[in-house]
Design a protein around this ligand. Structure first.
Ligand code: C5P
Length: 296
């Protein structure tokens, strides 16, 4: 095999609670993350040892010249780390096709890194376990371990403790990107300054999933970072999602994407249609029950 193509799912947070501060300025989190049917596409081609290069493309296939393709890019760093840690005497060329908006709270960059680690493990037949890939991933970013595991998981600590749990029952997720993105460090800094009037019950969310009770999950879903990370458009997106019958509407991660959970397909499509008059992109997604997978 000379090349492999991977689809790496984005995520949303069904619940996010901040439990405290960790050494190094990170926050101790208790979250439920859900992979969704929106995919970064990562193609990895074998190259001679010493070569490591990449290109980034937009969803329409055009070259995304504004995205760095060197050590500033998490996919590049994932490939470097994999080659260094495994000692495989090879090089790679990466093509990353972006579907996930940046500064969205949907872990697009982390999905790229997860796709590279999972893909290189398959391409070079390196035989690393998922646990070993996660330990590599946590060196790259807090969301990378979950992006390797995918599906539905309780995610704790900085993001490194990932425990798969019962799947989100069938539903549709309408995810809306406001006109401005959100910076993760700035969102956490604002939380440290202002706190949150709202704290989700993550145990109740996990119990609802265990019981496959979507209504109870929606009642308890929520994000303690929502007030700190809201953009000027967040409230109107929440209002529109709820007006169309969303059973829950919340910010994912540090935003800026705001999404609603729908049980009714026509209600979800009507919400998306109205929101597309003001925002782009607006996605209608489903829960994805896996992490990165090979498509070619
Ligand atoms: O790990 P990652 O590089 O994605 O984190 C980006 C920034 O988000 C960190 O520098 C930190 O400011 C913040 N962060 C945090 N607590 C976490 C995860 C991220 O404070 N658990």
């Amino acid at each position: 095999m000379e090349r492999i193509t991977i689809h790496a799912p984005a995520k949303v947070n069904l619940a996010l609670e901040v439990c405290g501060l960790l050494p190094g300025g990170f926050h101790e989190l208790d979250m439920i993350m859900q992979a969704v049917t929106l995919y970064e596409t990562v193609t990895i081609e074998k190259r001679p040892a010493g070569e490591l290069a990449m290109e980034c493309r937009a969803a329409d296939g055009s070259l995304a010249a504004d995205i760095p393709t060197d050590s500033r890019n998490l996919a590049w760093r994932a490939a470097r780390l994999f080659l260094d840690e495994t000692g495989i005497g090879a090089g790679v060329f990466l093509t990353v096709t972006k579907a996930v908006p940046s500064q969205a709270g949907m872990a697009g960059g982390s999905a790229d890194a997860a796709g590279v680690l999972v893909g290189m493990n398959l391409l070079f037949d390196a035989g690393l376990t998922r646990e070993q890939l996660c330990r590599m991933g946590e060196k790259l970013g807090s969301d990378v371990p979950f992006c390797i595991v995918g599906g539905t998981a309780r995610v704790q600590g900085r993001g490194e403790r990932v425990t798969p749990i019962a799947p989100l029952p069938h539903c549709l997720l309408v995810a809306v990107m406001p006109h401005t993105g959100s910076s993760t460090p700035q969102g956490f800094a604002r939380y440290d300054q202002y706190g949150s009037p709202f704290h989700p019950d993550v145990d109740a969310c996990a119990a609802a999933l265990a019981a496959q009770d979507l209504a109870a999950l929606c009642k308890n879903a929520g994000n303690a970072l929502q007030t700190a990370c809201a953009t000027g458009e967040t409230q109107s997106i929440l209002d529109t999602l709820r007006a169309h019958g969303a059973a829950a509407a919340l910010l994912t991660g540090t935003g800026a994407v705001t999404y609603g959970i729908f049980t009714d397909k026509s209600a979800a499509e009507a919400a998306a249609e109205e929101l597309r008059r003001s925002f782009a992109p607006v996605f209608v997604l489903k829960p994805e029950n896996r992490g990165p997978f090979a498509v070619g």
